[in-house]
Every structure is written in C-alpha cells, then in structure tokens.
Design a protein. Structure first.
Ligand code: TMP
Length: 213
C-alpha cells in the first residue's frame, strides 16, 4: 500500500463536509491525487444502503443490530472496491467517516457490545486503518442546532440522521469518539470545531500537516 489514508469524524453538525472539501482542495494544490469518499454511501451499492439508513420515508427502518450490520456491509464493500484500490494506486484517500463512527454511534450511542463492534470492524476493513483521523469535536447542543438548520434550509432535505435523538445520545457519541482518540493519540487528533470555517480549517491543517512535510 503506497497511498495515504485520512479520515474525518465527528458528531452531527460538526462541519465535516465543509472541512473535507477544503482539505481536498489544499491537498490537490500540493499535487496529490485525492479520492474523496464517504461512509455510508461511497459506492453505488453503498448509496442504496445509505438511503435505507438515513433517508426519510423509509418505513420498516432497521433496528440497532440490523443498522450495525448495514453499516458494516457498506464498509466492507467500500474498502474492497474503493479504498484499497485507490491506496494501491498511490492515491490519497480522504474519507468522511469510517470505522470509528460505528464505535461511537452503534457502540456508545446505541449501546451495542464494543467487543463485537471491534470484531465486525476488523472483518469489514480487513484490518485497514487510517494513517490519520481528524475528530471534529463540538458541544452536541451546538452541533444538533447546526444540523437542524441545515435540514431546514433544504440541504440534504431527504436525509434524517440522528439529529432527532435525545441529547444524551449525542453526549454518548461524543464521549465514544473522545475515548477512541484517548486510546490512539498518534492516529486520532481532536480538533475544536467551534468557530468559523476558516478557523477550523487552520486547526484541521495543523492536525495533519506533519504527514506532508
Ligand atoms: P453523515 O452525517 O456523515 O452524512 O453520516 C450519516 C449518518 O450515519 C450519521 O448520522 C452518522 C451515521 N453513521 C453511523 O451511525 N455509523 C457508521 O458507522 C457511519 C459510517 C455513520
């Protein structure tokens, strides 16, 4: 594997999409061939799984265990068909959410067994870990407010994520992500997502810059 694999993580409304586009532009400016992708939904099959997971109007919504397995199925297919081939071709893969999201949301958020999730992540990724993960950390009340604003403005109007979950759910997701970061400080860098997009962009760059020196 000769490419570089970076992931962005964070709770609802932490500004991941904005920051990942900005990072992509900066890295492309440095001459990297960047593959920007996401989970769920980084493949055509994943797009269909994503619709089942986050689009409104799906009756028969999956329960927590089925939800976990759908995210895992999306990941296994995405890793095999997009991420590994791109890395083998020497690309820089920039992925909006990856295995840590399952630990935070299905593990800490939904309360599913963390050992089972670790095993499932190993199966889905084949052991492929990011070289660096940027965790955008924000007070959940502020994140959910931003996410609800975004849906009201009609952006991604067909999607509902977890923004209607109770406050405690988002607190658990945040703690889950911070726990992952505390366990793997070399890989996961926590970035304060409060402030303007420009301010956050500067912090995100500081969290990955050493990889490009
Ligand atoms: P997005 O907000 O990045 O578009 O992601 C869609 C939703 O999917 C988001 O609410 C978090 C959720 N999610 C999980 O619950 N588990 C996972 O493993 C992944 C990748 C996403």
């Amino acid at each position: 594997m000769s490419g570089l694999f970076l992931t962005l993580e964070g709770g609802e409304g932490t500004g991941k999409s904005t920051q990942i586009r900005r990072l992509e532009a900066r890295l492309a400016g440095l001459g990297w061939k960047v593959v920007r992708t996401r989970e769920p939904g980084g493949t055509p099959l994943g797009g269909r799984l994503r619709a089942l997971l986050v689009e409104t109007g799906v009756d028969d919504a999956p329960g927590p265990r089925a939800e976990l397995l759908l995210y895992a199925a999306d990941r296994a297919h995405h890793v095999d068909s997009v991420v590994r081939p791109a890395l083998a071709a020497g690309r820089l893969v920039l992925c909006d959410r990856y295995a840590d999201a399952t630990v935070a949301y299905q593990g800490w958020g939904r309360g599913l067994d963390l050992g089972v999730i670790a095993q499932l992540n190993r199966l889905a990724t084949g052991g492929l870990r990011p070289h660096r993960t940027v965790l955008l950390d924000l007070e959940p009340a502020e994140g959910v407010r931003r996410a609800l604003d975004r849906s009201r403005r009609g952006q991604e109007a067909r999607e509902v994520r977890f923004e209607h979950e109770e406050r405690a759910f988002h607190e658990r997701v945040r703690q889950g992500y911070l726990d992952v970061a505390a366990r793997e400080p070399d890989r996961v860098r926590v970035v304060d997502a409060a402030g303007s997009p420009d301010e956050v962009e500067t912090r995100v760059w500081a969290a990955v810059e050493d990889l490009f020196r």
